[in-house]
Design a protein. Structure first.
Length: 69
């Protein structure tokens, strides 16, 4: 007897998870190509393709603090 595996259509959570994985990959690629210890917030925005229109809206998630050391 042959078993058939059916693949369901991706749901919204799958699509969000895949998008997050892709963005993390883009950040890792950018970080591997820099000589600095960390990516600057401006470089992160550039890599994630954050536009000026989004920057004008009030932030919904606070940015990470810069830590010395």
């Amino acid at each position: 007897m042959t078993q058939v595996v059916t693949l369901s259509a991706p749901n919204a959570q799958d699509c969000v998870a895949l998008a997050e994985i892709e963005l993390c990959g883009e950040l890792m690629i950018a970080a591997s190509g820099t000589c600095e210890d960390r990516l600057s917030p401006d470089r992160i925005d550039e890599v994630l393709n954050v536009t000026a229109a989004l920057a004008e809206r009030p932030p919904t998630i606070p940015r990470q603090c810069t830590h010395g050391g």
